[in-house]
Design a protein around this ligand. Sequence first.
Ligand code: MCA
Ligand code: AMP
Length: 452
Amino acid sequence: MASVPLLTALHGGSDRPDALRVDGRACSYEELLGAAGAVARRVSGREAFAVEAGASLETVAAVVGGLLAGVPVVPVAPDAGPDERAHVLRDSGAELLPVDFAERADFSAAVDDAGEPDAGGGRPALVLYTSGTTGPPKGVMLSRAAIAEDLDALARAWEWTADDTLVHGLPLFHVHGLVLGVLGALRVGSRLVHTGRPTPAAYAAAGGSLYFGVPTVWHRVAREEAAARALSGARLLVSGSAPLPSPVFASLAELTGHEPVERYGMTETLITVSARADGPRAPGAVGVPLPGIATRIAESADGIGELQLTGPTLFDGYLGRPEATAAAYTDDGWFRTGDIAAIDPDGTHRIVGRASTDLIKSGGYRIGAGEVENALLAHPAVREAAVVGAPHTDLGQEIVAYVVADGVSASELTDFVASRLSVHKRPRQVRFLGELPRNAMGKPQKRLLPPL
Ligand code: MCA
Ligand code: AMP
């Protein structure tokens, strides 16, 4: 089965000279297609390729180039430490491709980005690395079809059109910033302003109609009254990637005049549940399933339990890890999100927590406790380590490490983790203990760790 083009608006869409602005540099669709064509020509025939995914036009050209050539793209976090980077490149088998945005080519397939067939065991469009509770991050394979389905469903839910100017400043190596924030704009045809960093001042200055942010971004906007008030001319403010605290919802509503729309998703499922532009919005409510998505609450007497789902936006599995892929589904084929949810009688979904304490969300980033523990245990002075997420007003959760170690300081340990993993995986607090609390079987008990 042949694929359909994903970036429909990019082909024959807007001729605005600044259709796309990323961190202060603008380009037209024609210029983007030229730069992406040059990438496509260079990667054509490869199994996959990786790109250093900073907030830049080069990243966008690389991703679009991969789509034009039908070659899977592996975005790498620019601040990934050496261990993390080496893992992603080794695991995916992808080589890093340097991109020069000034290079232009009329790639022959550039009439559209249908690329190669991706149905029925075909290659993914993107491989995004994301953390599990233990071990190094896994590559999530996302198909062109899943991305197209999701973007169309979101465009309908948010009444997102080519008349919009989308503004955000999110990282271009995750679903939120890259799939929704870049591919979404190129499919719908809305102008895109990527602010480089998602600061309140940059959001205020961008003059957009549609804004994306993680709760940390919205918390910072809500704290800066003038910046928040500047968003009153927007059409829709969308929050996701982590729970939006009620006080932030209330401040945004008061200062901007807009109740934010909350939506819920995962790297593995894309966005599956969302409040609608024309529907009710309430703090703690992430809306209703998108068309084609079925949800259920598992194993629950009180209606609160693990959220499970099926639908056309789900991933094609973890790269090279069939057992992990199989373990992500129930025996009857529903994806296990690991999130604890409740569904109101009117169908509104509420995410109330996570089943495992070993997946931490800090600033909207998903961080596996096990990956940080392994980084700490690689330090010669560390004998034991237990990492948890503690509540944090700005970040949602902050990473706290409890360690049993001799002759090493807290800052030496955070620097050590930062030298191996991404910046946001650094513990914010380190507590030294004589020993970790354990049960009778000798297994560490995170729930018995002393409070901060
Ligand atoms: C950080 N810093 C530290 C430490 N950690 N310094 C010392 N010790 C530490 N442990 C430094 C940082 O390097 C930074 O320095 C400064 O402290 C401030 O860091 P931070 O508070 O983290 O703020 P930030 O750098 O401004 O980042 C906040 C952020 C960022 C912009 C909100 O967390 C972010 O971009 N989050 C988005 C994540 C995301 O896109 N998730 C989507 C996943 P300096 O200032 O010098 O740099 S996709 C998903 O979840 C699904 C599909 C969905 O639903 O969307
Ligand atoms: P990631 O794979 O980085 O996309 O992280 C997915 C996780 O983010 C989900 O499993 C949830 O725990 C969390 N998440 C995303 N959106 C929301 C939301 N609106 N409310 C609460 N949690 C969310």
